[in-house]
Design a protein around this ligand. Structure first.
Ligand SMILES: C[S@@+](CC[C@H](N)C(=O)[O-])C[C@H]1O[C@@H](n2cnc3c(N)ncnc32)[C@H](O)[C@@H]1O
Length: 245
């Protein structure tokens, strides 16, 4: 049976690739590169740097081209099925006992579709899956701000930005927010925010303080950086005011 290693490679700093990830990449006969349509040159460059620095021998790349995703549940399901099938065809071209690796940004456990895609592929072609955890962007955020994400006996919720308001209504407490192009934090001026963009990368940005005081600065810095670089990855911890948290 073919083996696929899903390898978390950290959130942008090649120094944060773990020894286990290096070992996994060197075990692989082929590296599967998922060519996302929206994928940006900067992110592809990080992936290439990691491969060049960590893989000691020559390596073979297998490119999985992306296709138009469309909108709505049925379209997205069809797109997922197309991708899973295309990956199965790609892997079927390898020897029966081959090992392939897929690099995943950060850790595969957080907002990443690779494991789900491979589960769908494994329904079409027998596969053994192994996951190598990586350092996720929330971990880098905490390290950069020199804070902990969890506080003693408190709840920590992780959410995409579009569900922040709902989360804070149903589960008051500390929240790590990812995938938030709309700056949902601006609706919570009394909260403290620990914000980081391009964490671990040369353009890293960090801001912390009461949302009422730093929220607009974050929104503007975010917009300017996005316009300059063409893409934005940011993550933040939102912490309620001491009296209510
Ligand atoms: C599709 S998710 C992937 C998350 C990734 N698996 C992880 O463990 O961090 C992409 C989101 O992760 C966050 N993110 C990933 N890398 C980041 C970085 N270097 N700096 C800040 N946020 C990052 C952003 O919220 C971004 O919109």
């Amino acid at each position: 049976m073919r083996t696929v290693l899903v390898v978390g490679v950290g959130a942008g700093d090649p120094e944060q690739v773990t020894l286990a990830a290096v070992a996994a990449l060197n075990r692989a006969d082929a590296i599967v590169v998922v060519d996302r349509r929206e994928e940006l040159a900067d992110l592809a460059a990080v992936r290439d740097t990691i491969c060049r620095r960590c893989i000691t021998g020559p390596y073979r790349e297998l490119h999985l081209p992306d296709t138009e995703r469309g909108h709505g549940g049925a379209e997205v399901r069809a797109w997922r099925h197309r991708r899973a099938t295309a990956l199965g065809e790609l892997l079927a071209g390898l020897d029966e006992d081959a090992v392939a690796a897929i690099l995943v940004w950060g850790d595969p456990a957080f907002y990443d579709g690779t494991v789900a895609m491979l589960e769908a592929t494994a329904a079409l072609l027998p596969l053994a899956l192994e996951i190598v955890p990586g350092i996720s962007s929330p971990q880098v955020l905490a390290a950069r701000h020199r804070i902990t994400l969890t506080r003693v006996g408190r709840t920590l919720t992780i959410t995409p930005g579009r569900r922040l308001a709902e989360v804070l209504t149903t589960t008051p407490g500390d929240v790590v927010v990812m995938l938030d192009p709309a700056c949902a934090f601006l609706a919570f001026p009394d909260h403290d925010i620990f914000w980081g963009a391009y964490l671990g990368m040369p353009d890293e940005l960090l801001v912390a303080g009461r949302v009422a005081e730093v929220g607009a600065r974050i929104r503007d810095a975010r917009a300017a950086a996005r316009a300059r670089k063409g893409w934005m990855f940011d993550t933040y911890l939102l912490r309620p005011p001491a009296a209510t948290g």
